[in-house]
Design a protein around this ligand. Structure first.
Ligand code: ATP
Ligand code: MG
Length: 246
């Protein structure tokens, strides 16, 4: 049991949840390392949604509502952290949900699908094909899902796959706390925020935006600006912390 008065109680609860999800075969062992890297950047950003990320979340909602065939690509970490939030995002955005794993096994695919369905997510099924220009099983996706999508929302994605989806001509929204990762740098729109804060914010924005407003906002999305603003936010915070020691 984690003592509730521990100063890092919230982060420790999430770690315990991910470790449990790993033991249950949902999260890959490598997923725990990815979470650690994310935590480090969340620390640098102040463990809060910056004003810039909040704007990116409204842009994400606009892009989802304006897309012809948006798909949310879910991996083990996203399922373990946000399964309970994804049904609302699916409902508010009208997006399809596909399970897509870097460390792909049939067993993990089934466990993650079952977890999402328990939380009311409607998960796409079908026979995957090697449609993404990558080697090995990372190329696999559903022809009617990511294969046919014009926009893919990829929380916690790998940089390679993000670039490959862009090469296929798809727009990509990434949720990634690290503004220096290849994922954030290659995405059409990087949402530089923690996934459990980002998903409900995107859902809320979807619920209040008209289709016309979404189309207009989606045209003006500037992903580079969000990278610059996140790097500036980290730099400003580090400088402030340095000054506080003087
Ligand atoms: P890339 O392959 O894009 O260059 P990477 O190799 O550093 O990035 P991966 O291990 O492939 O990173 O993917 C994990 C990414 O997800 C990291 O960039 C990390 O910042 C981010 N991340 C991990 N946990 C979270 C979380 N809970 N919320 C948001 N982002 C997260
Ligand atoms: Mg990577």
């Amino acid at each position: 049991m984690i003592p509730e008065d521990h100063p890092r109680y919230a982060a420790l609860v999430v770690r315990e949840r991910l470790a449990d999800a790993m033991r249950a075969g949902i999260v890959a062992p490598e997923g725990l390392i990815a979470q650690g890297r994310g935590e480090a950047f969340d620390y640098l950003l102040g463990e809060r949604t910056t004003a810039s990320a909040a704007r990116a979340e409204v842009d994400a909602a606009a892009m989802l509502l304006a897309a012809r065939r948006p798909v949310i690509s879910v991996n083990g970490n996203t399922a373990a952290l946000s399964a309970h939030q994804l049904a609302d995002l699916q409902e508010a955005s009208g997006a399809l949900v596909e399970v897509n794993l870097f460390h792909r096994t049939e067993e993990r695919m089934q466990r993650i699908t079952a977890l999402l369905e328990e939380h009311g997510v409607d998960v796409l099924s079908g026979v995957p094909e090697r449609l993404i220009p990558l080697s090995h099983d990372r190329a696999l996706c559903l022809p009617d899902g990511i294969g046919a999508a014009d926009l893919v929302l990829v929380p916690l994605e790998d940089g390679d796959r993000c670039a490959a989806l862009r090469q296929m001509g798809k727009a990509v929204i990434a949720v990634d706390l690290n503004p220096l990762s290849r994922t954030a740098q290659t995405a059409t729109l990087p949402v530089i925020d923690e996934v459990r804060r980002a998903v409900p914010a995107i859902t809320a924005a979807c619920r209040t935006m008209t289709p016309a407003a979404a189309r207009e906002r989606a045209c003006g999305v500037d992903g580079k600006r969000y990278l610059k603003e996140a790097i500036a936010a980290i730099a400003a915070r580090l400088e402030e912390m340095g000054h506080a020691l003087e």
